[in-house]
Write a protein that binds this ligand. Sequence first.
Ligand code: CUA
Length: 338
Amino acid sequence: MNNEHTFQLPDQLSTFAPGVDWLFYFIYWTSVVMFLGITSAALYFTWKYRRSVSPKSEPTGHNVPLEVAWTVAPVILLAMIFHWGFQGYVKLTVVPANAMDIRVRARKWSWDFEYPNGGHSTNSEAPGQPGGLHVPVGRPVRLVISSEDVLHAMYIPGFRVKRDAVPGYYSTLWFEATREGQTHFFCAEYCGAAGNTPAADGSYAGHFNMQGEVHMDSPQAFSAFLEAINGPPSDCPAGANQAACWGEKLYRSQQCFTCHSVNGSPMTGPTWQGIWGRQEHFTDGTTGVVDENYVRESILNPSAHVVQGFQPVMPTFRGTLNDRQLDAIIAYMRTLHN
Ligand code: CUA
């Protein structure tokens, strides 16, 4: 039980884990002992006072010391369990003042993580693009969690923490990772699925997609990660248009391709091929040229100017893409000539 590996629980990877597991096993083994004791006593008395031996039952009267004992003993036991449980609850609830905040946004069906430097990652880990939830080892981290649509829940079994993501409300969760490595996190609140039709890339979307890896980084690795999410991916070839390469990766990782082609064919939204500088007619009767400001507006406030022939169905990427990422997408668009 003092080891990281336990018989039926995941590895202990946070400062909470040993205490939570200790209390869990205390309650578990107390229950086992009580169950065996009570069941064997019942079986023994059933046999001892069977009808062939004692055909008549007799009133036994009171045994005050015995009755006091079986009342007081469980009260002491339950008070102890309450005390340890409440201590643990206070520990899990009171965030240390030096905790680092990570903003967590849940939506159908992915997680967005925003770090103190404004960089983002999601639960999906595309090659060359750092992803997953990264946390430094040995430092308290507070997750400030919200939901953009329905109930979700952030659940990190290795840390022994779980908290609901509630629409219109911030919930918080804190932990301190104790060693470097990786552990899985899940959405622990069934939040639906898109049905049985796969998306354009053949994948299915739903609750089961809302999972990924928590990377418990050394302080050096964590700074390197913060650096990486605020710049072009490391596998963009040197000498290439770094911003456009980054933009193309965002086009894939943010799943722009499910609605926007780059080969000229119209999908749910206008194609990006030849989009730069194009004169567009909007559904409100106005016209405009596709430039930096139009692209930025369309990503952050998609229903402001919808191109004629399309529906205002695009979700906003406000809070998901930072300014440098918007620049990268613009740089990528500019390479998509007719
Ligand atoms: Cu989100 Cu289940």
